[in-house]
Each structure stands twice: as C-alpha cells, then as structure tokens.
Design a protein around this ligand. Structure first.
Ligand code: SF4
Length: 244
C-alpha cells in the first residue's frame, strides 16, 4: 500500500471513529477478528441449519418473489419507477431492517438504502458488529413515491404482502423498524416515534424495535441526542440477539 492509500485509510478510520463517538458508541465488536464461518455460526451471525435441498427450495422461492416484485403493477407507483427495490441481504439473517420506501438513489440502482441515509445505516450496522451483507434490508414500499412523498395507505396495502413474504421466509430473531411508516405498519400503531422508540413491540411473535429513520438523523445532523437514542435502541437489539 502506498503512502497516499495509507493516509486515505487513516482518514476513513478517523471519520468512522468520529461518527461512532457522535452516536455515543462506547465499544466496538470485531467479528472479522479471526472468526471463520463455523465460529460465526456459533456466534449467531450466520445460520447453516438448512440442508442443500431446503436451500435450493428457498432460493427458488426468493427468485419467484423478486421476479414478482420487479414486474409488479399492483399500484400506481410502478409508473414512476426506474427500478423496483425488493431488498437485499442474507436470506437467513437474524436481524432485519425495514424502512419506508426507496428514494432517488435506490430507484436508480434497484438497491435499498444506498444514498446518504443508507451509508449512515451501514455505519450503524457495522457499529453493531455486523457486516451489511449479514443482515437483511428492505422497505415497506418497493417503488419510489413521486418526490419521495410519504406512501399512501392504499399503496402500503398493495405492497405490504411482499414484505410479509420476506419476513416469513427470513424469520429473523428481531426487526428494526426505521421510521414512522415501518413502525406503523409492523406495530399497527399511530403513536409518534418519540413515544414508541426504545421499546420492543411484536410482529407475529418477532420482537420489533422502532427507531428513528437514518434520513431523520441526517436532517438533524447537529442533534447528538437523537443519535444517542438510536444507539441506545440498537444496544437493546444487540442484547436481545445475544440471548436468543
Ligand atoms: S409499490 Fe409495491 S405494489 Fe406498487 S407497483 Fe411497486 S411493487 Fe407493486
């Protein structure tokens, strides 16, 4: 590695540490520290519980589901999309993140959480000791609403069966609901995020932690208290995963 590459790496690291400090992170887990896949299994990061035949059936089911989403015309949002954004990650993830709907970057790439809010979510996931590809990330709505407006109830109703199917296939140990729309849908509540965050609810028996959407953190960039609250919520999720 040349001198410039080392300086760039150090600057990245410094930026990362600065972010963690702002979040109030007081420790970091380093799962890549010599853990092989088998050790990660016992640490609960990857599941090898299914055999090859089951895995082929699961892969076929996913393929069918993703094709249905990509071709879907169930609600008017299909008209404005560049690409549908089904979701991505580990099909056997123990932890799932559910947001609201794709934005501009996501619509262009067909991938969830890839804009600024997505980069922040990736940092949060890594601060929790996971790699992004070890969790599953999806939205309630799979196509971008015009001008990023809030999805309408009829759109949520039309699109939500896809998310339900994803949750059913993954069967995660916990779900983080990012923002009001995801929390409203998963927890069937009209309460404000300030009222419900920090407390586990249930979705079909799966513990759901509602917390602020990363885009909200970006809009309130100078507010360290909101970052601290999100990190408090994530610590509760980490604790739950340790014991389940
Ligand atoms: S938002 Fe959902 S229901 Fe509407 S067209 Fe896209 S995939 Fe289909």
């Amino acid at each position: 590695m040349n001198g410039k590459a080392i300086v760039d790496k150090l600057e990245d690291l410094e930026e990362q540490i600065h972010f963690y400090r702002q979040l109030g992170v007081d420790f970091l887990i380093r799962p890549e520290n010599g853990l092989n896949d088998r050790e990660k299994t016992s640490a609960g990061l990857i599941s090898f519980e299914t055999g090859p035949e089951d895995q082929a059936a699961i892969a076929a089911e996913w393929e069918k589901l993703l094709r249905r989403i990509n071709d879907c015309r169930f609600c008017p949002l299909f008209q404005g999309r560049t690409r549908a954004v089904p979701g991505e990650g580990n099909y056997q993830a123990r932890l799932m993140f559910v947001g609201e709907a794709p934005g501009r970057d996501e619509d262009l790439q067909g991938r969830p959480f890839v804009g600024r809010a997505g980069q922040l979510l990736t940092k949060i996931i890594e601060a929790m000791g996971f790699k992004r590809q070890e969790v599953y990330i999806a939205n309630v709505i799979k196509c971008r609403p015009p001008e990023n407006r809030t999805p309408r109830p009829d759109e949520v109703k039309a699109c939500s069966p896809y998310l339900l199917h994803q949750i059913e296939l993954i069967n995660p140990k916990s779900i983080v609901a990012l923002g009001k729309i995801a929390a409203e849908f998963l927890l069937q509540t009209n309460k404000s995020m300030s009222e419900i965050r920090g407390h586990f609810g249930q979705f079909k028996g799966i513990p759901v932690m509602p917390t602020f959407h990363p885009a909200y953190l970006i809009r309130n960039e100078g507010n360290r208290e909101i970052k601290r609250l999100v990190w408090e919520d994530m610590k509760k999720v980490m604790k739950l995963l340790e014991t389940s």
